[in-house]
Design a binder for this molecule. Structure first.
Ligand code: TYC
Length: 100
C-alpha cells in the first residue's frame, strides 16, 4: 500500500480509477450546411475528410451521431467550441454531451 499519511488514506484512493467518459453528439437540423458540419468534424474532432463526411451523413439520416468520447472537461470544451463556432456563423447546429 503506497498511501502516505492520514489525509491520503482517508481522502484519496491508492489506485487511480478510470475517469467517467462522455459522448459528444451532433444533432441534425434542416438548415446547417453539410459542408459546415464536415468542417466542424475536421476542425474540432480531428476527423479525416472521409470520416467527417460519413459522420455528417449519419447524423443527417438518423438525427444524431457520435463525434468522439472524452473526459468531462474535454467534452465540455468541445461542446462549447462547436456551439460558439456555429453561433458565430449563424447556424443552428446543436452539439451536446452525454455520459457513456
Ligand atoms: N440536415 C442538414 C442539411 O440537409 C445537414 C446537417 C447534417 C445538419 C448534420 C446538421 O448535425 C448536422 N443541410
Amino acid at each position: 500500500d503506497d498511501r502516505q499519511g492520514a489525509g491520503a488514506a482517508l481522502l484519496t484512493r491508492t489506485r487511480p480509477k478510470r475517469p467517467d467518459m462522455y459522448r459528444v453528439l451532433l444533432l441534425n437540423d434542416d438548415y446547417t450546411p453539410m459542408e459546415f458540419v464536415v468542417q466542424v468534424l475536421e476542425q474540432f474532432f480531428n476527423k479525416s475528410r472521409e470520416d467527417a463526411t460519413r459522420i455528417m451523413y449519419h447524423v443527417h439520416q438518423t438525427g444524431v451521431g457520435v463525434c468522439g468520447v472524452y473526459t468531462f472537461e474535454v467534452a465540455e470544451t468541445k461542446v462549447a467550441q462547436v456551439m460558439d463556432f456555429s453561433r458565430r456563423h449563424q447556424h443552428p447546429l446543436q452539439c451536446v454531451m452525454e455520459k457513456n
